[in-house]
Design a protein around this ligand. Structure first.
Ligand SMILES: C[S@@+](CC[C@H](N)C(=O)[O-])C[C@H]1O[C@@H](n2cnc3c(N)ncnc32)[C@H](O)[C@@H]1O
Length: 252
């Protein structure tokens, strides 16, 4: 038993060391999933971008390969065409999105930092999908306010991926609920960090804020297409919470 305990502790240590964001407690299992299922399906351009990003000092911020494929699959399932991304970094999730949507699809992509996006941009261009991307440098909230002001943007987005500035999730949600069409999806990355469902909070400082956002998201929607079991799957895949937007209600 002592050996098992020591082994478990060692494994937990390695899990932290690897620094990936999966909530799986076993590094070996996560590695197995990556090697047998995820990497073999990863498009060449995504692999190239992942490898460039791995050399970045803030590489922990990138969307993982399994999450990228989950995003790609979701977008195809809902036939998403008009999309938005808040938090681009080097563009891994952006490329996953650009590859999933049709040739005339659009992604309004926002980040306060263009330099990191510029690292990934040549790879996105080489993949032939850069024309779908409208990158805006700057904080997301004022841009969302501008979008909300114009009624023609209401209900116009099929999908939004929020992966930045966790403390503002609730503020993003209040605006996005107007911008996403009924039946569209909003994916919030990392909210389980604060919910401590499978592992201790990895980012305790933002725990309460994310927990609150998650609760508000769920309580603000009248129609949820996802069962609790499916939500668990989403969490396991490190997608934070996934809202199926069924109304234009504001969160409480
Ligand atoms: C976790 S990373 C995004 C990862 C990205 N989705 C990917 O797949 O690699 C978060 C990003 O949010 C950006 N960011 C932080 N605060 C922001 C804000 N207020 N508005 C827009 N972007 C912001 C950061 O510059 C950073 O690039």
């Amino acid at each position: 038993m002592a050996t098992n305990g020591a082994e478990q502790q060692n494994q937990a240590g390695r899990h932290q060391e690897v620094g990936h964001k999966s909530l799986l407690q076993s590094d070996a299992l996560y590695q197995y999933i990556l090697e047998t299922s995820v990497y073999p399906r990863e498009p060449e351009s995504m692999k190239e971008l992942r490898e460039v990003t791995a050399k970045h000092p803030w590489n922990i911020m990138t969307t993982s390969a399994d999450e990228g494929q989950f995003l790609n699959m979701l977008l195809k399932l809902i036939n998403a065409k008009n999309t938005m991304e808040i938090g681009v970094f080097t563009g891994y999730s952006l490329l996953a999105t650009a590859l999933a949507i049709p040739d005339d699809g659009k992604i309004l992509a926002m980040d306060i930092n263009r330099e990191n996006y510029d690292l990934g941009r040549p790879i996105i261009e080489k993949a032939g999908v850069a024309h779908k991307i409208d990158f805006r440098e700057g904080p997301a909230l004022p841009l969302l306010d501008q979008l909300v002001e114009d009624e023609k943007n209401h209900g116009s987005y099929d999908f939004v991926f929020v992966d930045a500035d966790k403390d503002n999730y609730i503020n993003y949600h209040k605006r996005l609920i107007d911008l996403v069409k009924v039946g569209g999806l909003i994916g919030y990355d990392n909210t389980p960090y604060g919910m401590a469902l499978w592992s201790p909070p990895l980012m305790p400082h933002s725990a309460s804020m994310l927990g609150t956002t998650g609760t508000s998201c769920w309580s603000s929607i009248r129609l949820s297409l996802l069962t609790p079991e499916l939500r668990s799957v989403c969490f396991q895949l490190a997608m934070a919470s996934l809202s199926a937007v069924g109304s234009n209600e504001q969160p409480n």
